[in-house]
Design a protein around this ligand. Structure first.
Ligand SMILES: Cc1ncc(COP(=O)(O)O)c(C=O)c1O
Length: 458
């Protein structure tokens, strides 16, 4: 082995799948990417942002603070507006302690917050429980930091009756997230092996999950927190629930995206399921992460989170070392969007747009995919999840992936969404299909190409 000055983390960290997926999408102009979770290009708020930035920079009095360094935890105004926004989504009063702006931090995307949370909570060898499957970039953080992940089955993965298309069955049955029985089994197993004290958190993508589209019900969130608490005594410390609500504001809404948004439509009310912050006792156990990337613009890259003490203070100190504050100009842009109501108007518009694009993908899948491919359809978010027959792998080296690439279409291989968990075999016959950034014509063409590949190989 060549001598190297790299740290253990440096040596361990490999090219994250997200980097090569994004590179492939951007470097091959003819390629239709149904892979990366980019947002819809056509509806990115260019005009709105120009107006809002003009507003922020209209005078030295408003412009100078925006162009200056700010506060590590984020601008007070944006923290207050974001807390109010979350209160509205959860339908709680302004005085609610769980949603208080003092517990809320603004970060460089929610990705930064997830990373810092892992830094604050976990030492090398510690264990984080994750859904099977889950957001693969979070798994990269765990791998890079030398942490171990244990997969917990989600109900939909174990119940074969709950998908949209199973040999002609087009009814979506109830799917409400994590399998609590399996969570209990995993915790019992870890207790028995003496590893419970290494378990620090459970990571849950709770709304229109990346990658499956599943939304976790409030009852499940209560059940998860109850179980985690039960095992805390044996663990000897709190076990946190990290609720990643990145897609919360993207439920599908029917209607035409190109028509003006009405006043009634602009009043974003409580969403499908309340957040885990609403569970009794959540104040000191739930870490809630959210983002303005998906509902507004990933290029602005502003995220946020609510953290219990002592985590809030620790993460704030860590952020002090990372960047001592998220870009002020971008925070002002978001604050301005929220204050003027333009944010809500934009969100309603893109909810309709994604509903429309999801329909386009659904129709194309029905037309072009072989009937023995099972497909899960969400009520929001950016993804469809497809499962091929067990003997047809979809990984990067598989015939399916290589043939798809040859035909200039890209998907996310399902296997990268599963943690390296030695207690079970990693499923390798699934794929995530995104309708986020591709145009409607490209969605149709991409699914057609992929369908052709699959028909040939199945
Ligand atoms: C589930 C989930 N969480 C977090 C993020 C990070 O988003 P951002 O850092 O842009 O807020 C993403 C991005 O795709 C995601 O899918």
């Amino acid at each position: 082995m060549k001598p190297s000055a790299l740290s253990a983390l440096g040596r361990r960290t490999t090219l994250p799948p997200i980097s090569w997926l994004m590179h492939a999408a951007l470097s091959r102009p003819k390629l239709i990417s149904l892979a990366a979770g980019f947002t819809d290009n056509a509806t990115l708020p260019v005009e709105i942002s120009r107006r809002l930035l003009n507003r922020v920079l209209r005078s030295p009095k408003t412009g100078r603070p925006a162009l200056q360094y700010g506060i590590t935890a984020g601008e007070t105004n944006l923290r207050q507006l974001t807390a109010r926004h979350l209160q509205k989504l959860d339908g709680v009063s302004v005085t609610s302690k769980s949603h208080s702006w003092e517990r809320l931090m603004i970060t460089g995307g929610s990705q930064q917050l997830l990373y810092m949370t892992m830094e604050a909570l976990c030492d090398e060898g510690d264990i984080v429980l994750v859904e099977d499957p889950t957001y693969f970039v979070f798994l990269s953080i765990l791998q890079s930091r030398g942490l171990r992940a244990r997969g917990v089955g989600s109900l939909f993965a174990r119940n074969r009756a709950c998908h949209w298309r199973n040999n002609g069955c087009k009814k979506a049955l109830e799917r409400d997230g994590l399998d609590l029985k399996h969570l209990e089994t995993v915790l019992q197993r870890l207790k028995k092996s003496g590893e419970l004290r290494r378990v620090k958190a459970l990571y849950l993508v709770s709304y229109f999950q990346n990658p499956t589209g599943v939304t976790t019900s409030f009852e499940k969130k209560c059940g998860i927190l109850k179980l985690l608490r039960q095992f805390e005594r044996a663990a000897g410390h709190p076990i946190y629930l990290i609720e990643d609500a990145a897609y919360r504001e993207l439920p599908f809404v029917r209607g035409r995206a190109d028509l003006p948004v009405s006043r009634a439509e602009r009043q974003l009310g409580p969403t499908i399921a309340p957040s885990a912050l609403m569970v009794p006792g959540a104040v000191d156990r739930v870490i809630y992460t959210g983002t303005y990337s998906k509902p507004y613009a990933p290029g602005a890259r502003v995220g946020f989170g609510i953290l219990p003490e002592p985590l809030f203070t620790t993460v704030q100190y860590i952020k002090g070392n990372h960047d001592f504050g998220t870009a002020n100009l971008l925070q002002q842009l978001l604050a301005s969007a929220l204050e003027t109501g333009l944010y809500d108007r934009h969100v309603t518009k893109i909810q309709k747009r994604y509903a429309q694009k999801a329909q386009v993908m659904k129709r194309a899948l029905a037309e072009h995919f072989p009937s023995n491919v099972e497909i899960w359809e969400a009520g929001g978010g950016l993804y469809f999840w497809a499962r091929l027959p067990r003997h047809i792998p979809t990984g990067v080296k598989s015939k399916v992936f290589q043939a798809a690439l040859k035909n200039d279409v890209l998907y996310v291989p399902g296997e990268i969404c599963y943690a390296d968990d030695p207690s079970r075999r990693k499923p390798d016959h699934e794929m995530r299909l995104s309708f986020g950034s591709a145009s409607e014509a490209d969605i149709r063409e991409g699914i057609k190409r992929l369908g052709k590949v699959l028909r040939k190989l199945l």
